[in-house]
Design a protein around this ligand. Structure first.
Ligand code: SAH
Ligand code: SF4
Ligand code: F3S
Length: 457
């Protein structure tokens, strides 16, 4: 029987968390842990969590309870909560979610092996450094302004496509948002380290990279800004597709538009979160741009790249949002016509500035829900129209995986999902596919060969 230790990590939240899970697996692999997808086989079970909305946290609390079953008959199994919710709730999690041994924030992952060893072999006579608690659990929550996980080899399983974090934390303080409080201030990686990593990824067969940061376009390091970094990454030989997420509308410059338009490997796809279609709400969210400024940037993008696929994030029901302001958001959706949109109902996050707004301003849940439903309907209608107009096109699709119902799933340059029939040997490769049907949000297609590919989003 193998005695190799095994780690299971379940991930919630954004791409940054997916990327952090890859780092954690890398850190643990260096200490002899193998990754497993089966919690029942694992010696260490980690839940890498998100704190962005209350709903996300509720799910995790339930899940941590469920995971206790994997301890049965194996008392040495360690269960830990990592990530943004761990940072937010800290030691409270040890009490709230029964059976948690370790609570670790996003800057502390290098200490994972050491803390796991401390938990497996406790030395009761000696106090454990770094937040030992009465229950015997450990909390490690210190922010480290220099921690970029440089030198850690991430363990990726995503095949031909890779997440590349270039920035951690956030210097904005949008009044609804918990991220700066759980991830600390912005810190950027050295361009040499990023480019090195991209070169290594290409050598490993990666053809698509997505550069990650909370406000990725505010990247700045030793005279390098984001457009310069983007161009450099786009020119790494062997890279076929470059994406980035999420840029902030502030600092979304003409120079960045030019880099996107001029570098053939940069996908003609942009996720530019708008949050609201009304200036008063934007101001109270502390987003630091106006609707007009946002629309102007969209106009630059469309002028330079008419085929661009656009997506956004929107929050409805922000405290004090009036019916009129909400209608301005609907209007903005109809004006821009996004290919995709992530639409959320405001969720109060303790410790964020918006919690100090007068309670009487808070939008009742049924009102917020009605606003959300109508916004989703409006967006879906527009999305279906756009996607129907794309039927018949022949595109390059990067094949990602087998679909649950058989066949393959891949993504177009515009980041749209296409299901089509084909052999699993195509996974990780490009296929030329004609779009033949759409559910509204995703496509079905047919593989075609020896057909010229139209470069469209
Ligand atoms: N850094 C990114 C956003 C990260 S969070 C940016 O600034 O664009 C992803 C999305 O979650 C946000 O764009 C926002 O739409 C949503 N979100 C953040 N906090 C929220 C809250 N308290 N309630 C509801 N949605 C929220
Ligand atoms: Fe949150 Fe605003 Fe920072 Fe995005 S820019 S992570 S919404 S504070
Ligand atoms: Fe969630 Fe943290 Fe990302 S709060 S959205 S996992 S940065």
């Amino acid at each position: 029987m193998s005695t190799q230790k095994k780690a299971y990590i379940e991930t919630y939240g954004c791409q940054m968390n997916i990327s952090d899970t890859e780092l954690m697996h890398g850190i643990l692999a260096a200490e002899g842990y193998a990754a497993t997808e089966k919690p029942e086989d694992a010696d260490v079970i980690l839940v890498n969590t998100c704190a962005i909305r209350e709903h996300a946290e509720q799910r995790v609390l339930g899940r941590v309870g469920q995971l206790q079953q994997f301890r049965r008959g194996r008392p040495d199994v360690v269960i830990g909560v990592t990530g943004c919710m761990a940072q937010r709730l800290g030691a409270d999690l040890l009490d709230r979610a029964g059976g948690v041994d370790l609570v670790m924030g996003p800057d502390a992952y290098r200490q994972l092996p050491e803390k796991l060893a401390a938990l497996r072999h406790p030395a009761p006579a000696l106090p454990v450094l770094g937040g030992a608690t009465a229950a015997g659990g450990l909390t490690v929550l210190t922010f480290d302004p220099f921690e970029n996980y440089e030198g850690v080899e991430a363990r990726r399983t995503s095949g031909a496509s890779a997440w590349v974090p270039i920035q951690r934390g956030c210097n904005y303080r949008c009044t609804y948002c918990i991220v700066p409080y759980v991830r600390g201030d912005e810190k950027n990686r050295a361009p040499e380290a990023i480019l090195d990593e991209v070169h290594r990824l290409v050598a490993d067969g990666v053809v698509e990279v997505t550069l990650l940061g909370q406000t990725v376009n505010s990247y700045e390091h030793d005279g390098w800004d984001f457009p310069r970094l983007l161009r450099a990454v786009a020119r790494v030989p062997g890279i076929r597709r470059v994406r980035f997420t999420s840029p902030h509308p502030n600092g979304f410059t003409r120079e960045l538009v030019a880099a996107m338009a001029e570098e053939p490997t940069v996908c003609k796809q942009l996720h530019l979160p708008v949050q609201s279609g009304h200036d008063r709400t934007l101001k109270r969210m502390l987003r630091r741009y106006t609707v007009q400024a946002y629309l102007e940037k969209i106009a630059w993008v469309r002028e330079a790249m008419p085929e661009i696929a656009l997506s956004t994030d929107v929050i409805v029901g922000f405290p004090g949002e009036t019916e009129k302001e909400y209608h301005a958001t609907l209007e903005l959706m109809r004006t821009v016509r996004f290919d995709d949109a992530y639409l959320y109902k405001y969720s109060l996050r303790d410790g964020t500035p918006a919690t100090r707004l007068p309670r009487k301003q808070f939008v009742p849940d049924d009102v917020a829900q009605t606003r959300l439903v109508k916004l989703i309907e409006t967006h879906r209608e527009i999305q279906a129209q756009i996607n129907r107009s794309e039927l018949g096109r022949t595109l390059e699709v990067l094949v990602e995986k087998e679909a649950k119902r058989g066949g393959l799933l891949g993504r177009t340059e515009g980041n749209k999902v296409v299901a089509f029939a084909g052999a699993s040997t195509l996974i990780g490769h490009f296929a030329t596919v004609r779009l033949t049907g759409t559910t509204g949000a995703t496509f079905s297609g047919e593989r075609v060969e020896d057909q010229p590919v139209q470069r469209v989003a």
